[in-house]
Design a binder for this molecule. Structure first.
Ligand code: FAD
Length: 347
């Protein structure tokens, strides 16, 4: 039975991956009048730039003498804003099927369904996948009381939440979820945190106000029945083993990158990369394109600027799938009044 509450969208191009390349692809498609929906398993846009090196300086973006990973992502988001892409963050692009109409139907693990004549894979090094804690009976609680991302803060309203970890995600959610939960504990093995100092300070302020119960301990066991969590057993040198009540456990132990469901989409793969034509960035399946770190061709460089160039070629290459009855006109942004109108600027 189809889920009638699931979101259903129709667009020109579905972009899998909201890394720098997937974001710039929205812009290149927008210049040609093509609308895009973007999906990313991460709860924020930016791919490797945002997740792995937000504060590091990138020195080889053309014309930008120095820009941090996060600044680049912020600028890309501002640049695509006029094209109003559909953004589906915190969702894994799970499966695709070809419809009789010739369009693709992509379904996410959250049940969102998007149909389009074109899928553009900008999956980079693969989907970011959470590192899981080594706890017995973990699977029994996963998706019911144990979650690796916060898709909707409302889902945690009034709950007693335990967050585990010492990095940015653990600290950000300790601060951001605090106003909606009925109780919050943060457990970390050491009394040292790797997150941004400002967020570390905010967390300690909440501890001082009695709004966060900070536990320097290790997680030992999940307690409850039928996937319903009741408490988490912790262990420290001082206290030994002890239980802390919790309805929800959110372990934020970092991420690894895995190819994920794309491996099952019938696309040729070589060493987890998708070989494409250098002309249009198409692999072996018509209507599917691949750009950025995940694509491969002779001479491919895994650089952001290569991905930007591939975005432009992909947009031109896929136009005829989305607009079979229209002729594609090549235009410069400096001189095209129709492009300027789309972006909302005048030359
Ligand atoms: C430490 C470090 C420093 C770097 N420095 C530079 C530099 O100075 N200059 C430079 O040009 N490059 C640099 N790079 C490389 C650069 O970050 C990558 O080339 C770039 O991020 C590739 O962009 P992308 O959009 O193709 O992929 P990514 O940034 O990897 O983004 C891909 C996104 O797709 C998502 N995804 C994948 N599969 C799915 C799925 N099935 N469903 C939902 N989401 C999915 C992932 O979660 C991810 O967010 C650096 C990389 C690292 C690690």
């Amino acid at each position: 039975m189809p889920d009638s509450s699931a979101e259903h969208h129709s667009t020109d191009v579905i972009i899998v991956g909201a890394g720098p390349v997937g974001l710039f692809a929205v812009f290149e498609l927008g210049l040609l009048g093509l609308q895009a929906h973007v999906i990313d398993i991460m709860d924020k846009a930016g791919g490797q730039c945002a997740e792995l090196y937000p504060e590091k300086a990138i020195l080889d973006i053309p014309s930008r003498v120095r820009i941090t990973g996060q600044e680049l992502v912020n600028d890309l988001l501002a640049q695509i804003e006029p094209f109003k892409p559909g953004m589906h963050l915190g969702e894994m692009a799970a499966s695709i099927t070809k419809l009789e109409s010739g369009k693709w139907r992509l379904t996410t693990d959250a049940g969102t369904v998007i149909e389009a004549p074109v899928i553009c894979i900008a999956g980079g090094g693969g989907s970011f996948t959470p590192k899981k804690p080594k706890l017995d009976r973990l699977e029994e609680f996963e998706g019911k009381s144990v979650f690796y991302s916060v898709r909707k803060m409302e889902n945690f309203r009034g709950k007693r939440v335990m967050i585990a970890g010492g990095g940015d995600s653990a600290l950000d959610w300790t601060v951001n979820l605090n106003p909606v939960v009925s109780g919050m504990s943060l457990v970390h093995r050491r009394n040292e945190f790797r997150g941004m100092q400002a967020t570390v300070d905010q967390m300690y302020a909440l501890v001082k106000e009695g709004k966060v119960d900070l536990q320097i301990a290790e997680t030992v066991r999940l307690n409850g029945t039928g996937g319903k969590l009741e408490s988490v057993t912790l262990k420290s040198a001082e206290k030994g083993e002890y239980d802390v009540p919790a309805d929800v456990f959110l372990p934020f132990y970092g991420l690894t990158m895995k190819l994920g469901p794309i491996a099952d989409w019938g696309i040729n793969l070589e060493a987890n990369k998708i070989p494409v034509s250098t002309e249009t960035l198409e692999p072996n399946v018509p209507g599917i394109f691949c750009i950025g770190d995940m694509c491969d061709y002779p001479g491919k460089l895994k650089l952001i600027l290569s991905g930007f160039h591939e975005s432009a070629l992909m947009a031109h290459g896929c136009f005829h799938y989305a607009r079979p009855n229209q002729k594609l006109r090549f235009e410069h942004t400096t001189s095209s009044s129709s492009i300027q109108a789309k972006i909302g600027v005048s030359a």
